[in-house]
Design a protein around this ligand. Structure first.
Ligand SMILES: Nc1nc2c(ncn2[C@@H]2O[C@@H]3COP(=O)(O)O[C@H]3[C@H]2O)c(=O)[nH]1
Ligand SMILES: [Zn+2]
Length: 223
């Protein structure tokens, strides 16, 4: 029921609430610019649109608080998770990877059939971040930027559902001995959390979940 402008404010509040503004010296005007660019680069299609971006990000935000991740992971990891959610479907045109590959589209050719969409979403994210006025990471150190870029790439590429079993099995294999001080463990957890958020519509109340399913089916039919 929210207007796009209101959604942008809500996203801004999530960055503020998680203390990213203070921790990473993000100027409010830059954050607003970034979120507006993100909004502009989601397409007006039935499912993979700006509202889907919001739902996934809101779920990620909720999960971070619900599981008290702030006490277990550092702010860099949390920034990676929230920003990956915001950017994970940028410039989705409504045609899935199977379509891209079968139709030998520009994206499939560019990325050699390897997660063409997810590679594209991620590339658009860093295109937005290349512009100084929308670079929310512009006050980070070189090392911080490097780590955050690496994390966002891992998270967005993990949303390719053809990698579902690979990622889930990895998570299951570390679960019994999960250790927050282990970088690899944290990375798998971050991948799982973005995957959970990405397909979390069905966990919402029926009156929310059902229209989203209709949107997804409509996008499939259009393809
Ligand atoms: N059946 C069903 N599939 C979903 C739902 N939400 C997301 N998906 C699928 O999960 C996929 C996750 O990655 P994509 O965004 O590419 O495409 C998504 C859909 O194909 C849902 O509510 N129901
Ligand atoms: Zn998505």
């Amino acid at each position: 029921q929210w207007e796009d402008a209101e959604i942008m404010v809500l996203l801004q509040v999530m960055y503020t609430d998680l203390d990213f503004i203070a921790a990473f010296n993000i100027e409010p005007a830059v954050l607003q610019h970034f979120l507006f660019e993100v909004y502009r680069r989601y397409n007006n299609i039935p499912f993979h649109n700006f509202k889907h971006c919001f739902c996934v990000t809101q779920m990620m935000y909720g999960l971070i608080w619900l599981t008290d991740l702030k006490s277990k992971m550092d702010s860099e990891d949390l920034l990676i998770m929230l920003t990956s959610a915001v950017c994970h479907d940028l410039d989705h045109a409504g045609y899935n990877n199977a379509y891209q590959i079968n139709a030998r589209t520009e994206l499939a050719l560019r990325y050699n059939d390897i997660s063409p969409l997810e590679n594209h979403h991620c590339a658009i994210a860093f295109e937005i971040l290349e512009k100084t006025e929308s670079n929310i990471f512009r006050n980070l150190s070189m090392n911080q930027y490097k780590r955050i870029r690496e994390g966002i790439i891992k998270c967005i590429l993990a949303t390719d559902m053809t990698r579902h079993n690979e990622i889930l099995n990895k998570f299951k294999s570390i679960l019994t001995a999960f250790d927050f001080t282990n970088k690899e463990h944290r990375e798998v957890l971050m991948m799982i959390l973005i995957k959970v958020s990405d397909i979390s519509n069905e966990a919402r109340p029926m009156e929310v979940a059902e229209p989203w399913l209709d949107c997804l089916l409509q996008e499939f039919y259009n393809q």
